[in-house]
Write a protein that binds this ligand. Structure first.
Ligand code: GRF
Length: 196
């Protein structure tokens, strides 16, 4: 059975693009729906160009709308790829263990409410950490809190700026997220991927 995936984005969609490129015609998973809390999210064009249904959430807190859409498209897995809002609790309850998120740091450090975009990398640089990376984790009711499934580490270099570090971490995200999704499709549900 091909795993049916819904992807939620808020912005550029480069992780969505990486996922779409990794899921070729014979892949064990398929993106069947792209959701966004922002009608202007540039990543939506990536889906439209591939004739993947797109839905802009008029009210991202409306759990009935989420559930209606996820059920209409028979989504098996919900992937948060640069989706910046908290998923409503009834949706998490209905899809527990089947929602994953990618975060641009080595959780549990540098995560939580408000920790997104350049703020994450500024905090990493300010901490003096010699290493950063990407994390894919299960989603629960708390930002960036659910069980970690996989991490990819990158060095923090002496002359790094938040932008340079963000670019290096984003490359790691683009490898890690598709790998975790493919492992989930093979296993029938999200699984830990320590070897990634
Ligand atoms: C990524 O760094 C992701 O980890 C974070 O938001 C960013 C989204 O980037 N949650 P994109 O929209 O996938 O390009």
């Amino acid at each position: 059975m091909t795993m049916r995936i819904a992807v939620a984005i808020s912005g550029r969609g480069s992780n969505l693009e990486a996922l779409l490129q990794a899921l070729g015609p014979d892949a064990p998973a398929e993106v069947v729906l792209v959701l966004s809390d922002r009608g202007g999210a540039t990543g939506l064009e990536l889906a439209r160009r591939r004739n993947i249904p797109v839905q802009v959430l008029a009210d991202p807190a409306d759990s009935a709308l989420w559930l209606q859409l996820l059920r209409r498209y028979e989504a098996d897995l919900l992937v948060l790829a640069g989706y910046l809002k908290l998923v409503p609790a009834p949706v998490i309850a209905a899809f527990r263990g089947r929602i994953i998120n990618v975060h641009p740091a080595l959780l549990p450090a540098f995560g939580g409410k408000g920790m997104y975009g350049h703020r994450v990398h500024e905090a990493v640089l300010a901490s003096g950490a010699r290493e950063s990376g990407a994390t894919v984790h299960l989603v629960d009711e708390v930002y960036d809190h659910g069980r970690i499934l996989a991490q990819a580490r990158v060095p923090v270099l002496p002359d790094d700026t938040p932008q340079r570090l963000a670019a290096r971490v984003l490359e790691a995200e683009h490898r890690l997220l598709p790998a975790v999704v493919l492992a989930a499709a093979e296993a029938g549900q999200p699984v830990s991927c320590p070897g990634l």
